[in-house]
Design a protein around this ligand. Structure first.
Ligand SMILES: [Zn+2]
Length: 322
């Protein structure tokens, strides 16, 4: 169906209390796994390509592949640059047809983060591309599968309010105790802080470092305003485990494509599990012509359903205002 931007895909998230999963594409197999899972679960999905992963997937080569695959899928998807830290990466993503970008200026001095984010928002919005930014620093090394107990630097709700007002970002990644990579000890999320940030900003909030957070913590975070959850490490881990299992059982196994298929199936099953926990299963189910996530997703092929969805979207917008 459709490639949509972050604003559209997160449209119903806050009011309907779900979070759209954002999963990293690091190969064709991961792309297929994510889209298969989302399609089977009739769920919207976000396809992340991280700047640190450009070494695995060449941006200009993979972007048209992702766009084509997403357009063929029967669910709405966003093509999102994950942790764009360089101006160059943001520009390349815009040119390659991404529908959304994350500019991560979280390690810059505050005023510098505001200035640079604001500039990028201005450019991106002019062409219908949405922007996620980060305030505070999510711990661990982004894009890695290393173990960490780094809690980063937590987001200050007052500063978040000022930041969102001045930058006009569409979504904000918050640091509330999660970390990139694998957790050494059980992560402790600061839910009170999360609620304060939600009340101060009013925009969809994003949880990074979603690998290894217990399901009940996800659910609580979603209740308190998390609308997008990033998962990567667990996908890498489960794919590697699956391949190791096959090779341990049969050291003479050499069919490389079959290893890739096994990895893809493992990742698909994991993404399906996450979608269930994040609450987006059946958001795009076909009898649901009133899907607010996009303007007609699966049922968008006929004009009537598209109109019905547009009306539903307007009604929901109105209800949210009241
Ligand atoms: Zn991240």
């Amino acid at each position: 169906m459709a490639l949509v931007n972050l604003k559209d895909i997160l449209h119903g998230a806050q009011s309907r209390r779900y979070a759209v999963g954002a999963f990293n594409v690091v190969s064709l197999e991961s792309l297929q796994a994510i889209l298969e899972a989302a399609t089977q679960m009739r769920s919207p999905v976000i396809l992340n390509v991280a700047e640190v992963h450009f070494k695995y997937v060449d941006l200009e080569t993979i972007a048209p592949v992702i766009r084509r695959a997403a357009e063929k899928a029967a669910i709405p998807a966003a093509l999102h640059l994950d942790h764009g830290v360089s101006f160059e990466a943001i520009m390349r993503a815009l040119r390659a047809g991404f529908t959304s970008v994350m500019f991560d200026g979280s390690t810059l001095p505050y005023e510098e983060n505001v200035q640079q984010t604001r500039e990028i928002v201005k450019m991106a919005h002019a062409i219908g591309v949405t922007v996620e930014a980060e305030l505070g620093v999510v711990g661990g090394a982004e894009g890695s599968s290393e173990a960490t107990d780094d809690r980063g630097m937590l987001t200050d709700p007052k500063q978040a309010e000022d930041f969102v007002k001045r930058t006009k970002v569409d979504a904000l990644a918050v640091a509330i105790g999660s970390a990139h990579g694998l957790y050494r000890a059980k992560p402790k999320l600061d839910f009170k802080r999360l609620a304060e940030i939600r009340d101060a900003t009013g925009i969809p909030l994003v949880l990074h470092g979603g690998s290894g957070i217990p399901d009940e913590d996800f659910k609580r975070a979603i209740e308190l305003g998390i609308c997008k959850i990033n998962v990567y490490t667990e996908m890498a881990q489960i794919a590697s485990h699956r391949i190791r299992g096959i090779l341990d059982k049969d050291p003479s196994f050499i069919s490389f494509p079959d290893l890739l298929i096994a990895a893809r199936e493992a990742m698909r099953d994991l993404v399906m599990e996450k979608i269930k926990v994040f609450g987006t299963a059946d958001v795009c189910s076909s009898p649901n012509a009133f899907c607010p996530t996009c303007q007609g997703c699966v049922v968008g092929s006929d004009e009537y359903s598209r109109l019905a969805s547009q009306i539903a979207k307007a009604v929901i917008e109105q209800l949210n205002k009241e």
